[in-house]
Design a protein around this ligand. Structure first.
Ligand code: C2E
Ligand code: CA
Ligand code: CA
Length: 713
C-alpha cells in the first residue's frame, strides 16, 4: 500500500486548500474593509467640499442681500466702504482671493484680487464654471430661482470655490431700479489651507490637489465645475484599516495555519499509525501462518510453497532434511523450556550454515530442512552435511552439564519429478542415515531399497511411538477344553499409528527385534500386562522374543517389574519360540530353569513350524506347548495336518505336557481338538484379543468364572 498516495497527497491538498481559503478570506475581508473606508473618506471629502461651497453661498448671499451694499456699491460705488466692508474685508477674513462686482455683461466695476485692487477680466480669470453660473443667474432674473449660485470653477490659478449673487436690497428702505444689475462675486482658490481644512473633516491623510484628468489614485475625489466639467482632482493616501488589520492578524493567521498543519500532521500520523498497524497486523498474520513461532523460521507450509514455486520455475534444487537425534531425551530429562532453547540454538546454528539464497525451514518437532537452489556436486553436499552434523553436535551449555544432540541428514536433488517425490527421497535418505547409526548423512541414491527404507522408517517411527505411548496391549482369552472356562489371557502388543493407522505386530515386532527396540517394547508389554491382570482371577501369558531371551538382565528385569506391579510370578507365563532353543540349547535351558525357579511358567509357542524335535521337548522344562495355528487351520480338511496335530497332542500327553491349540476359529475345530486331548484352546471361536477393560468387564465381572487360577494342570 502506498501510504503517500493514499493519504499524504489528499491531506496536503486539504491543508493547502484550507490555508489558501484562510489567506484569501483574510485578504478579501481586509480589502473590503479598505474599500469601505475609502468610500467613507470620499464621502467625507465630498461633504467637506460641499461645506465649502455652502459657505461661499452663505457669504455671497449675506453680502449681496444687504441694503448698504445696494446703496454703496450697486447704486453708487463707494470704494472705501466696499474695501472696508466687502472686498479687503473678505480677503482679510476669509482669504477670498477674488471679490468682484460685475455687470451682466461681465464687466468688473470693482475688483479686489488677493486683497488688492486690480483690473480683471472676470471670465478669463475665473473660468468656465463661473461664466456659466453668471449666465444662468442673469437668465433666471425675475424668477424665484434667482438667488445665489455657488460652486467650483477652474480659474487661471487652479480650481476655486466661488459664489455669485445679485446685489439687492434686504428691506424696503432702499429701492433698486430693475435694470440696474450688479453681481457680487467671491472666489476662494482651493489652496493648501483649504485642503488642510477639508482634511480636518475627513481626519485622513493630507489631501493634495491634482490636475483634472490625472491618473486615478487610491483616494480621490474629482471636482467638477458648475458647468459639469472637470475642474481638478483631490487625492490622498487612503487609510487602509483592513491592511493594518491584516498585518495585525498575521500572527494569529500564522497560528491558525500552524494549527491546521499540526492538526493535519496529527491526523496523518494517526492514519499512518493505523495504516501501519493494519498492514503490520496483516503482515503479522501472514508471518504467523508461514513461520514457526518458536524459532521464527519458515514453517512446513512456507517450505512447501517455496518448493512448489521452485519446481514451477524449472530450476534445479537440492533438499537437505535434518532430524535431530536424541532430542526427545533432552525434552524428557530437562523439560520443555530447555528443549525449546536447544531448538532455537540449533536453528541459529543451521541458519549460520545456510548457503546464500537457500531457505531454512522448521518442518515440525525436531525436523529442519534447507532448500538450496542450483546443482551441487557430491563433494559440496558432503561438506555441507558434515558441517551440519558437526555444528549440531557441538555441546550446548544450557545447563550445568553440557547437552549434546546429534542429527541425521538426508539429501536429495531435484530431477524433474514433482517436488513431493524429492521430499520423499530426502526423507528416505535421512532415515537411511539414521539407520546407519545416526549423527551422519546420506545422499539419496535410487539403489536405496524401498522395502528396507520402509523398515527403517518404521523403525524410527516405532522408536518414537514407544516414547509417545502409541503402543498398547490387548488380551486374548485362553480356554480350558474340559469346561470352557478361562485359564489365562495372552498379552499381545498393538500399535496404533497416528497417521498410518493400526500397524500389525507381524510388521513391527520383527522390526523391533532387528533394531533391539524389542527389549524396551517387551518391558513395556510385561508391565502393562501385569498391571492390567493384577486383579484378574487367571494367569497372563507374555511373548518373549529371542533378543529378550538372550538379554542377560532378563531375569532381574522381569523380577523387578513383577515386584513393581506386585504381581505373583506364579500367574505369569512366558511364550518362547523354538528357534531360541535350537540355537543355544544349554543356555536356553538355563534361562528357562531360572525363570521357572521363580515360579514363572514357560510355554513353547508356534510348535510344529520349526525343527524342534521331540527330544528337545523332553530336554527343556516346559509347562505348555502351543500347537501352531497352521495345523489347526488345516485340521478339518487336510488329513496329513490332522495326523500331525493328533500325533503332537498324543506326544504331549505322553510327556505330561499340556497342549494348547492356537487359532481355533470354528466349533468343528474345537470339537476335534478337544476329542484329541487338547487341554487348552485359543482362537476367535472363544474370543478375539480385547482391551484390558473388556476383559475386566466380560470375564471378571459379577458371576465371572473366578475359579480359574492357572493354565498349568
Ligand atoms: P502369536 O504369539 O502366535 O500370537 C497369536 C496370534 O494369533 C495373534 O496375532 C492373535 O491375534 C492371532 N490369533 C488368535 N486367535 C486367532 C484365530 O482364531 N485366527 C487367526 N487367524 N488368528 C488368531 P497378533 O496379535 O497379530 O500377533 C502376531 C504375533 O506377533 C504373535 O504371534 C507374536 O509372535 C507377536 N507378538 C505380538 N505381541 C507380542 C509381544 O508383546 N511381544 C512379542 N515378543 N511378540 C509379540
Ligand atoms: Ca504367543
Ligand atoms: Ca503362536
Amino acid at each position: 500500500m502506498n501510504f503517500g498516495r493514499r493519504f499524504l497527497a489528499p491531506m496536503a491538498l486539504i491543508v493547502a486548500a484550507s490555508l489558501v481559503t484562510l489567506g484569501l478570506g483574510l485578504i478579501w475581508l481586509t480589502r473590503l474593509q479598505d474599500g469601505l473606508e475609502q468610500e467613507r473618506e470620499v464621502q467625507l471629502t465630498a461633504s467637506a467640499v460641499n461645506d465649502h461651497v455652502g459657505r461661499m453661498r452663505t457669504f455671497v448671499r449675506e453680502y449681496s442681500f444687504w441694503d448698504e451694499a445696494v446703496r454703496r456699491m450697486a447704486l453708487d460705488l463707494d470704494t472705501t466702504w466696499a474695501d472696508d466692508n466687502v472686498g479687503i474685508y473678505a480677503y482679510n477674513l476669509n482669504r477670498f482671493e477674488y471679490v468682484l462686482m460685475v455687470t451682466p455683461a461681465d464687466e468688473a466695476l470693482y475688483a479686489v484680487v488677493d486683497g488688492k485692487h486690480a483690473p480683471i477680466d472676470p471670465a478669463l480669470a475665473l473660468g468656465g464654471g463661473y461664466v456659466s453660473a453668471a449666465r444662468q443667474l442673469v437668465r433666471a432674473e425675475g424668477t424665484r430661482a434667482a438667488g445665489e449660485i455657488a460652486g467650483i470653477t477652474l480659474t487661471g490659478r487652479g480650481p476655486a470655490f466661488f459664489g455669485i449673487a445679485r446685489i439687492r436690497p434686504s428691506s424696503a428702505d432702499v429701492q433698486l431700479p430693475g435694470d440696474l444689475k450688479r453681481y457680487l462675486v467671491v472666489a476662494k482658490l482651493i489652496d493648501p489651507s483649504v485642503l488642510a481644512n477639508i482634511r480636518k473633516t475627513t481626519l485622513g491623510t493630507p489631501i493634495r490637489l491634482a490636475a483634472a484628468g490625472s491618473p486615478p489614485g487610491a483616494g480621490q475625489l474629482p471636482l467638477t465645475d458648475a458647468d459639469g466639467k472637470p475642474a481638478g482632482l483631490l487625492t490622498w493616501e487612503p487609510e487602509r484599516p483592513g491592511s493594518a488589520l491584516r498585518v495585525r492578524l498575521l500572527p494569529l493567521v500564522a497560528l491558525i495555519a500552524a494549527a491546521i498543519c499540526a492538526l493535519a500532521a496529527m491526523v496523518l500520523s494517526r492514519a499512518r499509525r493505523a495504516a501501519g498497524e493494519l498492514s503490520s497486523s496483516e503482515a503479522n498474520a501472514m508471518h504467523l501462518a508461514n513461520h514457526d513461532s518458536l524459532t521464527g523460521l519458515p514453517n512446513r507450509r512456507a517450505f512447501n510453497d517455496h518448493l512448489l514455486q521452485q519446481s514451477r520455475s524449472g530450476e534445479p534444487y537440492v533438499i537437505v532434511y535434518m532430524d535431530l537425534d536424541g532430542f526427545k531425551d533432552v525434552n524428557d530429562a530437562f523439560g520443555h523450556a530447555t528443549g525449546d532453547a536447544l531448538l532455537c540454538r540449533t536453528a541459529a546454528r543451521l541458519k549460520a550454515l545456510c548457503p546464500p539464497g537457500a531457505l531454512l525451514a522448521r518442518l515440525g518437532g525436531d525436523e529442519f530442512a534447507y532448500v538450496i537452489e542450483g546443482v551441487l556436486g557430491e563433494a559440496a553436499l558432503d561438506a555441507l552435511a558434515r558441517g551440519i552434523v558437526e555444528a549440531v553436535r557441538d555441546p550446548h551449555d544450557l545447563r550445568t552439564e553440557p547437552i549434546v544432540v546429534g542429527t541425521s541428514v538426508g539429501i536429495a536433488a531435484s530431477d524433474g519429478t514433482d517436488f513431493e517425490d524429492v521430499v520423499r527421497r530426502a526423507d528416505i535418505a535421512m532415515y537411511t542415515a539414521k539407520a546407519r547409526g545416526r549423527d551422519g548423512w546420506c545422499l539419496f541414491d535410487p539403489s536405496l531399497d524401498e522395502g528396507r527404507i520402509e523398515r527403517m522408517i518404521l523403525e524410527c517411527e516405532l522408536r518414537r511411538a514407544i516414547d509417545a505411548g502409541e503402543l498398547s496391549v490387548v488380551f486374548q482369552p485362553i480356554i480350558r477344553s474340559r469346561d470352557e472356562t478361562i485359564a489365562s489371557v495372552e498379552a499381545l502388543a498393538r500399535w496404533d499409528h497416528p497417521t498410518r493407522g493400526a500397524i500389525a505386530p507381524d510388521v513391527f515386532i520383527p522390526i523391533a527385534e532387528e533394531s533391539g527396540l524389542i527389549i524396551e517394547l517387551g518391558r513395556y508389554v510385561l508391565r502393562e500386562a501385569c498391571m492390567a491382570a493384577r486383579d484378574w482371577p487367571f494367569a497372563v501369558a507374555v511373548n518373549l522374543s529371542p533378543a529378550q531371551f538372550w538379554d542377560r538382565t532378563l531375569v532381574d528385569g522381569v523380577l523387578a517389574t513383577l515386584a513393581e506391579c506386585d504381581f505373583p510370578p506364579e500367574r505369569l507365563e512366558f511364550e518362547i519360540t523354538e528357534t531360541y532353543l535350537l540355537r543355544r540349547p544349554e543356555a536356553a535351558a538355563e534361562v528357562i530353569a531360572q525363570l521357572r525357579r521363580h515360579g514363572i511358567r514357560m510355554a513353547l509357542d508356534d510348535f510344529g513350524t520349526g525343527y524342534a524335535s521331540i527330544g528337545y521337548l523332553q530336554r527343556f522344562e516346559l509347562d505348555l506347548v502351543k500347537l501352531d495355528r497352521s495345523f489347526v487351520e488345516r485340521i478339518a480338511f487336510d488329513s496329513d495336518a490332522a495326523d500331525v496335530a493328533l500325533a503332537i497332542i498324543a506326544l504331549g500327553s505322553a510327556l505330561h505336557l499340556p497342549i494348547l491349540a492356537e487359532g481355533v476359529e470354528s466349533p468343528e475345530q474345537a470339537t476335534m481338538l478337544a476329542t484329541a486331548g487338547c487341554a487348552y484352546m485359543q482362537g476367535w471361536h472363544y474370543g478375539r484379543p480385547m482391551t484390558a477393560a473388556d476383559i475386566g468387564s466380560k470375564h471378571c465381572g459379577d458371576g465371572g468364572p473366578a475359579q480359574h487360577r492357572s493354565i498349568a494342570a
